[in-house]
Ligand binder design. Structure first.
Ligand code: PXP
Length: 237
């Protein structure tokens, strides 16, 4: 049975839209854990567009499960990670203009940088995962760099429009997952997963954890709006 990591970045996105205190990602994290989440994932972006440093530090204190910090492989973030000590760091590429992470790390082009960041984090006792494309060469490179885990980018699968495109994306993910498992690297998967498209991937026994954010936050709004309106209607009537 795979584990579920719940990414709560977009709870913070909503809070930052008003610069207020609600909704609070810490409260969401506690509720997610109570509902069965096996871990909480947050991306501390360099531009701090959603999760703030304070959120990360408080999450470290209150979580009962596992804190997975997504971050770019840059000095500022390494320093924060070594100070906060999340259970896991997932290294991701980051571009300021992007709406969300757009693809896996270019492991081959940034080998030296990644090697030094991975060593620092590993020496600090942090489990390190690399967010990569489902490509055998990249899996091999991640293994050589000493990553404990990889997270396979499922965005191409999620965005596939034609059945043939989707089948090819599923096959790439499965081949990469099987290869990584053979190399004894843990396999996570995420990005763009929904209540509908996750089903095909759940069948892959090699994937030990799914990291899902946007779809869960979107559904929370959908299933919660009726009660929220009823409560306010009670107050104003
Ligand atoms: N995994 C990684 C590495 C990500 O960057 C993200 C987005 O922050 C996710 C998983 C979750 O993606 P989504 O919000 O589309 O479920």
């Amino acid at each position: 049975m795979a584990r579920l990591g719940v990414n709560i970045d977009h709870i913070a996105t909503l809070r930052q839209a008003r610069g207020s205190h609600e909704p609070d990602p810490l409260a969401a994290a506690i509720l997610a854990e109570q509902a069965g989440a096996d871990g909480i994932v947050v991306h501390l972006r360099e531009d701090r567009r959603h999760i703030q440093d304070r959120d990360l530090r408080l999450l470290r204190q209150i979580l009962q499960t596992k804190l997975d910090m997504e971050m770019a492989p840059v000095d500022e973030m390494v320093k924060i990670a070594l100070d906060v000590r999340p259970d896991m760091v997932t290294l991701v590429p980051e571009r300021r203009e992007e709406k969300t992470t757009e693809g896996g790390l270019d492991v081959l082009a940034h080998r030296d940088r990644l090697q030094s960041v991975i060593s620092l984090l590993r020496d600090g006792g942090i489990v390190v995962s690399l967010f990569i494309e489902p490509d055998l060469e990249v899996v091999k490179a991640a293994h050589k760099l000493g990553a404990h885990y990889i997270e396979l980018h499922t965005g191409h699968y999620a965005n596939a429009r034609r059945a043939s495109e989707e089948a090819a994306a599923v096959d790439a993910i499965h081949q990469a997952a099987k290869f990584a498992a053979k190399l004894d690297i843990g396999v996570n998967a995420g990005h763009g997963l929904t209540y509908r498209n996750v089903r095909r991937l759940v069948a892959m026994k090699e994937i030990v954890e799914f990291n899902i954010g946007h779809s869960i936050v979107a559904r929370a709004v959908q299933v919660g709006i009726e009660r929220a309106v009823k409560e306010m209607k009670e107050l104003v009537k």
